[in-house]
Design a protein around this ligand. Sequence first.
Ligand code: HEC
Length: 135
Amino acid sequence: MRNIVIVAIATLLLAVWYFTQPSDTSSDQITQTQTPSVIVPELTADAKIGETYFNAKCVACHGDYGTGTQKGHTFLHKVYEKNHLGDESFQRAAKFGTPAHHWNFGDMPPVTGITRAEVSKIVTYIRAIQSANGI
Ligand code: HEC
């Protein structure tokens, strides 16, 4: 009988401990993968060209206006602001792909049939959308 009481108390204490633990904040996984609403600014000529390339090569995963899909993340997140993700990172991602690190979509494969100049226009386009949305 005494043993049962001890086990019951131990179980209770364990349960209290378990449910009062803070959720895991150590990983840099981001949970919000899509941006539900987006402000689309007036686009410069270069940004419009970038939009065309983006819609041809990136939209399937990164979504309309870079707002994300089930297959790729939004760019309207502070980890992708210019100071965190420089323009050269877009070039690298397009050329070599990128391993999954912030999200759970898996790896990004290299994008074929796109040039550095075209990726630069995509960057112009994404930066325009980002700045209109406070990123
Ligand atoms: C097949 C789906 C897919 C396509 C197509 C795609 N991406 Fe990605 N992209 C991803 C995934 C998945 C990641 C990885 C995100 C992570 O976990 O950090 C990613 C990450 C990125 C990153 C972030 C790299 C970093 O260093 O964090 C950039 C920039 C990027 N993509 C740009 C592009 C551009 C530009 C295009 C079009 C030319 C494109 N992507 C096309 C799926 C895709």
